[in-house]
Design a protein around this ligand. Sequence first.
Ligand code: ATP
Length: 327
Amino acid sequence: MAVIQQCSFICRKREVNMIHIENLVKRYGNLVALDHFNLDIREGEIFGLLGPNGSGKTTAINCLLALLKYDKGTITVFGEEMHPDSYDLKRQIGVVPQNVAVFEQMTVLENIDYFCGLYVKNREERKRLTEEAIAFTGLEDYRKMFPRKLSGGLLRRLNIACGIAHQPRLIIMDEPTVAVDPQSRNRILEGIQELNRKGATVIYTSHYMEEVEQICSRIMIMDHGRSIATGTAEELKRMIKTGETIIIEGIALTEAQLEEIRGLPHVFETYYDEKNMLTVKCTSARHNLVRLLNYLQEQEVAFGRVLSELPTLNDVFLEITGKELRD
Ligand SMILES: Nc1ncnc2c1ncn2[C@@H]1O[C@H](COP(=O)(O)OP(=O)(O)OP(=O)(O)O)[C@@H](O)[C@H]1O
């Protein structure tokens, strides 16, 4: 009985909406940065906010943290309304800002200790937490260094250590891997997953779809201050028509052959460019590639490299908005 009660408590805990944003409107003068924006984040998620530059990700985060005033809408965090002086709520949140925000005149150790000290007053506990953050971000060898001596990747790791040292319940990371080398990037991504395994809920904003897909349990795709789709990566991909994209290089086709390819089952779009590259978009179905290759063999058409790709989050963005995520 005790076990069952405990289990139902854990299940309930994971259903709690940690963040609820409803109909949020934020204008900068005439520019509408958030346009009736809605967002729900559950405890235990790594939630990805994916959108091109200027889509409103940072504005949403800053409104959520009550760092920005907004024109309309409601925001609750841990079930309570967020205000600039909601210190009890803010203590439970760790923020890793987009731009590195550390003190140049303090060492790595002093910086982390300072930021941790904003929330943890007990010196012994702070020391332990600071050391844990140093170990977690792999900054052991740089404790006494000043930020100006650190590489871009190490500086980003210091930025993260400062944001998470007090072991918050909710961690908000705003594009933490911008301008970071691949090695540091992987370390940061693994670190985020580790924090999540230890119990933190994470909001992760990025315009790198591969990263978001790699670590996020749910993803919201944003554009022009609005949510355009939300779900797991698989759910998002199932929302679109493209099930498979076949690319064939070095192929010479007549107009009649191209027309026949367009008429093959499940094919809904084809592009054939001046570099003799054929792109065929198909809906999700079995044997699309085999069918196309059989047709080319029948026609005795020679060709080079063949690629078959499953849809990406960029395809989702492209199909919904008509433009590339990286425009
Ligand atoms: N302080 C500001 N004053 C005026 N306009 C702003 C301000 N901050 C942001 N904007 C504008 O609001 C829109 C949303 O910007 P925001 O920074 O929230 O987007 P973002 O998705 O975080 O972009 P990025 O990926 O480049 O950080 C953009 O058009 C931006 O130019």
